[in-house]
Design a protein around this ligand. Structure first.
Ligand code: GDP
Length: 202
């Protein structure tokens, strides 16, 4: 997969620090600890490309991973964009506001945004914060891929139920695709990879 070529490009604390708009971007969002960094790492086939929200520091930033264009030096086919996790309890209001600005600002204003990967812990399902985020996403009209991760924790029947419940909750958002996913047990990886590749090079 072209996703395996992803390389760390830049960390940005503010939208103004992002590279100029251009190649398609696929962003990853989710509650802290939902499994977002594990998903990015397994999809890129790299052990430590994205940092867990348990590691303080870079996880409050927007981290961009470029996928180099094999035909043109220093050009990118696209970017995977790791957005700050939300819902982390130990933050003050000012910090929270800044995150909202970065996250909401990116989702609302980034023209290069080709698709959104929403990472949800299958056992928790969609929380209020996830639905709030979904309301930010809806007006952008961007396609959304929902990864119900840690699916290995559920037997097959419960997995199917959780996927159906998530689809029902999110039915107002345009092009939505929800699937069970597991970074540790490699569930849903091919399906997710195809979606993301399609957004980057249709
Ligand atoms: P992030 O904060 O959203 O980036 O979450 P992480 O990727 O760091 O994952 C949070 C915790 O969930 C870690 O302890 C991971 O090992 C665990 N985890 C992540 N993905 C999976 C999965 O697919 N299955 C299981 N069983 N655990 C997972």
């Amino acid at each position: 997969s072209i996703l395996h070529r992803a390389r760390f490009t830049i960390s940005a604390a503010q939208l103004s620090q992002l590279p100029p708009e251009g190649p398609p971007e696929v962003c990853f969002v989710g509650r802290s600890n939902a499994g977002k960094s594990s998903a990015i790492n397994v999809l890129t086939n790299q052990r430590r490309l994205a940092f867990s929200s348990k590691t303080p520091g870079r996880t409050r930033l927007i981290n961009m991973f470029g996928i180099p264009d094999p035909l043109e030096a220093d050009a990118q086919l696209g970017y995977l964009v790791d957005l700050p996790g939300y819902g982390y309890a130990a933050v003050n209001r000012q910090e929270k506001q800044q995150w909202d600005q970065v996250l909401g600002g990116y989702l609302r204003t980034r023209n290069s945004l080709a698709g959104i990967v929403l990472v949800i812990d299958i056992r928790r399902g969609l929380t209020d914060l996830d639905l709030q985020l979904a309301h930010w996403i809806a007006p952008t009209g961007r396609p959304v891929l929902v990864l119900l991760t840690k699916a290995d924790k559920f037997a097959y029947g419960k997995r199917i139920q959780a996927v159906a419940a998530a689809r029902k909750q999110l039915k107002d958002i345009g092009a939505l695709h929800a699937l069970p996913f597991s970074a540790t047990h490699r569930i849903g990886i091919e399906d997710a990879t195809q979606h993301i590749e399609n957004w980057i090079s249709p």
